[in-house]
Design a binder for this molecule. Structure first.
Ligand SMILES: [Zn+2]
Length: 299
């Protein structure tokens, strides 16, 4: 049996409240909100990696390689760097440089307005920037599609060249960019690639990354003994070491903390925090939209 938590007033297990109301009340009650964002959040607001968005952008790559989604395609070992950049340049315009504001992100910003909060996201897209968040409150732990790193990780520096990306998109043909547009590491001469983490090599983490990490860790530290809401949204089980497992641990260590997970799939929850876990299983975008509306009206 789930019990009511002694530190929280919101009746989280009573069906008379909508999930949007539960969320608004919990955010209102919390002294600090730590928001963990996974792929399910971007998918919920339309930045999907399957379907029309994918087939419209990459018909040639799908025909050649029979990719079933954009994630698989983005991790594929292309036959050479000219083909790699033909794909990645289009991918990074779609998911970064030209990414529009997603309504669920805008709604969540409204819900968190004036709250003491911080975000950690495993998404490398540009959704928080596009929705005009204060980027000092956002930690992109898995890199950014708009940044490049040396494939050899020879030095801890990332690069960005939006103009070159646009030139690659414009000048590519037959799924190849011209050879002279392929970018190389200014230090060691190895090819550059999109900034991302792999199991074997990790990720290039530069000063910008470490600043984000420090701000996030400072927020966690400053608030660790308060009434904290750990709000996990659209987080699956592919990389639980970044959001899911730390959120469980921090909830367990702070008796005033509450763990809220928004996901249409039901995931395992450890025994120790089950009484302090709230699972919201409705559509993320719909819940946020309703919550933001009632928040805007002072509800
Ligand atoms: Zn290098």
């Amino acid at each position: 049996m789930q019990q009511r938590n002694e530190f929280w007033q919101t009746p989280v297990h009573e069906s008379s409240l909508s999930q949007a109301d539960v969320l608004n009340r919990l955010i209102d009650e919390a002294e600090a909100v730590v928001v963990g964002i996974g792929a399910g959040m971007s998918a919920a607001t339309g930045f999907t990696y399957v379907g029309k968005r994918f087939t419209d952008a990459f018909p040639d790559f799908i025909e050649k390689y029979r990719f079933f989604d954009m994630l698989q395609a983005s991790l594929f070992e292309f036959e050479d760097w000219q083909e790699y950049w033909a794909f990645q340049s289009r991918f990074s315009l779609l998911n970064y440089f030209d990414q529009p504001a997603g309504l669920a992100y805008v709604d969540m910003k409204e819900m968190l307005k004036d709250k003491n909060y911080h975000v950690i996201t495993t998404n490398a897209d540009n959704a928080f920037y596009a929705a005009e968040y204060d980027m000092d409150k956002v930690f992109r732990i898995q890199g950014e599609y708009g940044l490049w790193q040396c494939t050899e990780h020879c030095h801890q520096q990332t690069y960005q060249n939006e103009d070159l990306i646009r030139e690659m998109v414009e000048k590519q043909s037959d799924m190849k960019v011209p050879a002279d547009l392929v970018p190389y590491c200014p230090e060691c001469g190895a090819p550059l690639e999109v900034n991302k983490r792999t199991e074997e090599k990790g990720m290039v983490e530069d000063g910008h990354f470490h600043e984000q990490k420090e701000r996030y860790e400072q927020f966690l530290d400053e608030n660790k003994d308060k009434k904290v809401l750990y709000l996990e949204i659209g987080v699956g089980h592919t990389t639980p070491q970044f959001i899911k497992h730390p959120f469980w641990k921090m909830t367990e260590e702070n008796e005033q903390a509450l763990f809220v997970t928004m996901n249409q799939k039901q995931y395992f929850i450890p025994h120790a925090i089950r009484p302090r876990t709230v699972q919201l299983d409705e559509d993320i975008a719909e819940v946020f939209h309703e919550a933001a509306k009632s928040n805007a009206h002072g509800g």
